[in-house]
Design a binder for this molecule. Structure first.
Ligand code: GAL
Length: 653
């Protein structure tokens, strides 16, 4: 694998020669070169253009396009176009299509219309990718591959029928071996759900009359995630064999929640993700208030963008990542798609670097004049004239941003098992895993703390001094063991619902904190799911501090732990809200200000600086430099630093 070893940030762009007249290719490539771009990603949706009917290939246009970019010294990342099986394929093999939650077979006419478990589709992809890889393996301009495009995005991880549903029982057999074990693990004694034959087990959709058993749903999610992993691995294996000198990556999506990205990242050389800060705030951050959305409508929220960067950096801890698609103008897919503020593109590019990006690739070069994304912008208008982002890319100086590594002292633990089981039974329509996770992340970042977001097992023997587990509701015994061991020399902060479920998503028979009981020293009494208009007062035991909790409060009894905060008023009156024991602080009440007070106390005790930053201002250290970003319209002066509105300031340390 070569080519992710640049000493400074590099830039690139996604381009679609198949969407524009061939006479424009040369001037596009020249402009890309003049903009200082290093990489072009292409062909990730081009299957029907290359193979218009089964077995008839037209590589000529792609060969010619590659020559044009190559003549400008641009390096190419090719997408395997398996996210878009052509019409002939679907007509011939309709069983490849996935099934939605309502049991409807999805139709051809958009993208991602395939079931990852389909053997026929896997074989067809292998045949195609093998041909493509062989064709470009030795082309000097081709440096890497993106497998497929945004695996699982737009609700496509799970198919509720077809090949997935057929393969599920075998996956379960491998896991549980006997139906007795499965029935026990899932708690099928409840509502007479016991199975007497593997063939009776179906996908967990359309279950009468309520939601499916959460243990069943969790295993289906894990299974579908494994199917994606297998699907991706087939392509990785082929590309490794045929193109050993090329890198292999994949472009994951914002707040990806459906597959276990730690598994998916494992065999990639580095990961990439697609950053759309404005759409992310409008579409994904359902918990943010209208006020916040208005404030950050043209920049995206500083923490939500960086949270995603930190997740992707943490998938292959210690390695850099790429932003494979960076929003460079307005998008088309959110409820509202405002124009980015002037300066936002430079700000996002610099921020991506600060959080570990080694390359930022803009989406897309020229706006499409055809089909679903007509309303999406690019660096060029549909007409070919420069759009608003163009000048910002032109002005950006990537060589000022060295791609060094940083050792952060604070880790935040993230787990897909916890995410899935939390979201299967959120017990409050305004709560989700990401909501709770983002609250803790936001608190840490607003205090100026640099964090790594890591898998629970990644804390083992690590250098971290403080480990925050915002929503670790499901941990397995191996993960619990690691936490217990590491608590000898690290401070832990746990959020509500920690260690609530066993590895099958049942509540542990001994109740919450079964696995972590020795560390936490608390037992739950009650949890209280609050409607948005109900607030709960939380007071310190000395009564000198008072906070307001919302949406979720859980109370504990304890023999040995130090009760730091109690509830005041309401059904939990007088019961513990925050307990401290050994090296662990457990916070049962959801409150930003309470969490801020506790995180800063723990970090300060370790000598980690905490300094409450102005709203919209963040600082991040990478290597020898610190980047200050200001997401506000107005210039901010802060401790001798002047950061322009919607701008950044790079300071050598
Ligand atoms: C991404 C996708 C691109 C394009 C873009 C539009 O999710 O990978 O192909 O659709 O969104 O914002």
């Amino acid at each position: 694998m070569t080519d992710n070893n640049n000493r400074h940030l590099t830039l690139g762009v996604c381009d679609y020669p198949e969407h524009v007249p061939q006479q424009d290719w040369q001037k596009h490539a020249e402009a890309q070169k003049a903009l200082g771009l290093s990489y072009v990603r292409l062909a990730e949706f081009a299957w029907s253009k290359i193979e218009p009917t089964q077995g008839k290939y037209d590589w000529l246009w792609l060969d010619q396009a590659i020559e044009v970019y190559s003549s400008q010294g641009l390096k190419l990342v090719l997408g395997t176009p398996t996210a878009t099986p052509p019409a002939w394929l679907i007509e011939k093999y309709p069983e490849v299509l996935p099934v939605d939650e309502n049991g409807q077979v999805k139709k051809f006419g958009s993208r991602r219309h395939y079931d990852h478990a389909s053997e026929i589709y896997r074989q067809l992809c292998k045949d195609f990718v093998e041909k493509m890889a062989k064709r470009y393996a030795n082309h000097p301009a081709v440096v890497g591959w993106q497998v497929d495009n945004e695996l699982g995005h737009e609700g496509t991880t799970v198919s509720y029928g077809g090949a997935s549903e057929q393969r599920f029982p075998n996956w379960l057999k491998d896991k549980y071996h006997t139906l007795e074990k499965l029935n026990d693990a899932w708690g099928n004694a409840f509502w007479s759900q016991n199975y007497s034959d593997w063939s009776q087990i179906k996908a967990p959709n359309l279950t009468a009359v309520r939601q499916a058993n959460p243990s069943h749903s969790l295993d289906y999610q894990r299974f579908c995630s494994d199917m994606i992993d297998e699907f991706q691995q087939l392509q990785i294996d082929l590309l490794r064999e045929i193109c050993p000198s090329h890198f292999i990556t994949h472009n994951f999506v914002i707040f990806s929640a459906e597959s276990d990205l730690y598994k998916l990242a494992k065999n990639l050389d580095f990961v990439a993700w697609d950053s759309y800060p404005i759409g992310m705030l409008e579409f994904f951050a359902t918990w943010e208030s209208e006020e916040t959305k208005t404030q950050y409508a043209r920049t995206g929220h500083p923490d939500l963008v960086s949270l995603n960067h930190d997740i992707y950096r943490g998938l292959k801890n210690g390695k850099g990542f790429w932003v494979m698609e960076q929003q460079c103008g307005h998008a088309n897919w959110a409820q509202y798609n405002p124009l980015p503020a002037s300066g936002a593109l430079g700000l996002w590019t610099a921020q991506a670097w600060a959080h570990g990006a080694d390359s930022v690739v803009y989406f897309r070069f020229r706006a499409s004049h055809m089909a679903q994304e007509i309303m999406h912008s690019g660096l060029l208008h549909q007409s070919g004239k420069a759009d608003r982002g163009y000048a910002e890319v032109e002005a950006f100086e990537p060589e000022k941003f060295a791609t060094q590594k940083t050792k952060n002292r604070v880790a935040i633990v993230h787990s897909y098992d916890s995410l899935w089981s939390y979201n299967h039974q959120p017990h409050n329509q305004n709560l989700s895993y990401w909501h709770q996770f983002a609250l803790f992340y936001n608190v840490a970042r607003s205090l100026g703390i640099d964090v790594d977001i890591v898998h629970p097992l990644d804390i083992k023997n690590s250098h971290y001094e403080v480990v925050i587990c915002p929503a670790l509701t499901l941990i397995n015994p191996v993960e619990a063991e690691v936490i217990l061991q590491e608590s000898d020399n690290k401070s832990f902060i746990f959020g509500p619902r920690t260690d609530f479920r066993d590895q099958y998503a049942k509540a542990a028979i001994d109740g919450q904190f079964t696995l972590l009981s020795d560390l936490v020293n608390a037992k739950p009494i009650n949890f209280d799911s609050l409607r948005p208009t109900l607030k709960q007062k939380v007071v310190s035991c000395s009564a000198s501090e008072e906070y307001e909790a919302e949406l979720w409060c859980e109370s504990y009894e304890t023999e040995n732990a130090n009760v730091r905060f109690k509830y005041s008023g309401g059904p939990l009156d007088g019961q513990a809200a925050v307990v401290e024991s050994n090296n662990a602080v457990t916070i049962g009440a959801l409150s930003k200000s309470l969490t801020r007070s506790l995180i800063s106390e723990v970090c300060l005790s370790k000598g980690i600086d905490c300094d409450l930053l102005p709203e919209g201002v963040r600082k991040t250290t990478r290597g020898d430099s610190t980047l200050w970003v200001n997401f506000n319209d107005e210039q901010i002066e802060w401790k001798g630093k002047v950061i322009g509105g919607v701008n950044f300031l790079l300071v050598e340390n």
